[in-house]
Design a protein around this ligand. Structure first.
Ligand code: AKB
Length: 317
């Protein structure tokens, strides 16, 4: 079997931090090259190879791929939904240019696999809201959602036209405790734990009954690695798979935390992010992922809350 060498672009981000660590335990540290636009922190240099990389710089990307003889690329760098609305043109440029750079280089250098995350943000106001199907009306109205939908079309195109084995998941809101997220609409469900840890009142930017699909980070990591290890012929979706886990509202996650911390308080002050959340699904139908490569989430709301409340204080002490 060919030894795989992986390049992770955006390794310092919310997903990148945890996925890089897990991939290193699967493939060995030396075979997983971390890269990020930010300079490395000392611990990143200790954990394995690291290269500073702007995902829009195609030349440097090619040089790193050649230097390490990279065979697979995980492109995680992106501007998320809320931040994207503050600078739409830049969000479009970064999200699209980085993907096209990676797809082109995968085609040219015949990389064995590419991973690129999509999102529930590909859905829009006219998509069905409950149990949203894999294929349905998609009319995203955030620049992030538009870039993810366009990206899905490019992935399918490069697969059929150039045989690039690119794989993708439509992540729901990802919830982890190891890093702070940056600029998403679902990120209130991460911030709430940091406020609970300090026992400060949490001011939520969404309404109390605003349901969104969410997933605990260990499930997201498992889904990603399982998809990347699945035999190619099993994959019937070459745009991006719906993957569901938990759906909850701000009130429900607050109450789940309050069971462990009765003095915790919340207030609601919906802002522009509420409009984004209102166009996204409440839950998704992920039967294709379950049938094709055996997707099954492990964590429900209470299990996730318990695990985070137990680990967050230790991790950040
Ligand atoms: C966001 O809120 O923008 C992201 C996402 C759902 O893709 N977490």
């Amino acid at each position: 079997m060919q030894t795989e060498t992986l390049l992770i672009i955006g390794a310092g981000g919310q997903l990148g931090t945890e996925l890089t660590a897990e991939l290193r335990s699967v493939y060995g540290s030396a075979n997983v090259i971390a890269s990020d636009i930010q300079p490395p922190k000392p611990e990143q240099l200790e954990e394995g190879p690291f290269e500073q990389l702007d995902a829009m710089d195609a030349q440097r990307l090619a040089a790193i791929i050649d230097q390490y003889k990279v065979t697979q690329v995980y492109l995680l760098a992106a501007i998320l939904s809320a931040k994207g609305e503050q600078n739409p043109k830049f969000a479009w440029d970064l999200n699209m240019k980085s993907l096209l750079n990676v797809l082109d280089i995968a085609k040219e250098k015949k990389l064995s696999r590419v991973y690129w995350p999509s999102s529930i943000a590909v859905f829009g106001p006219n998509s069905p809201v409950d149990n949203t199907p894999q294929d349905c009306v998609m009319d995203p109205n955030t620049v992030y959602g538009i870039s993810k939908l366009a990206g899905e079309r490019w992935c399918e195109y490069y697969f059929h036209k150039y045989n690039v084995d690119v794989r993708s998941l439509r992540y729901p809101g990802l919830i982890g405790y190891k890093t702070l997220p940056g600029g998403g609409t679902t990120d209130y469900a991460v911030d709430i734990f940091h406020k609970a840890l300090k026992n400060e009142t949490f001011e939520c930017f969404l309404k109390e009954d605003s349901y969104l699909p969410m997933m605990y980070m260990p499930d997201a990591i498992k889904a990603t690695i399982d998809l990347m290890h699945a035999p190619s012929e099993k994959l019937s979706v070459r745009s991006s798979y719906n993957v569901g886990a938990i759906s909850f509202s701000p009130k429900e996650i607050f109450e789940a935390i309050k069971k462990h911390q009765p003095s915790f308080q919340i207030s609601y002050n919906p802002d522009y992010r509420q409009k984004i959340a209102d166009t996204w699904p409440n839950s998704v139908d992920d039967s294709r992922a379950r049938e094709d490569w055996g997707w099954k989430p492990k964590y429900l709301l209470d299990g996730m809350v318990e695990d985070i409340l137990e680990n967050l204080p230790v991790y950040h002490s």
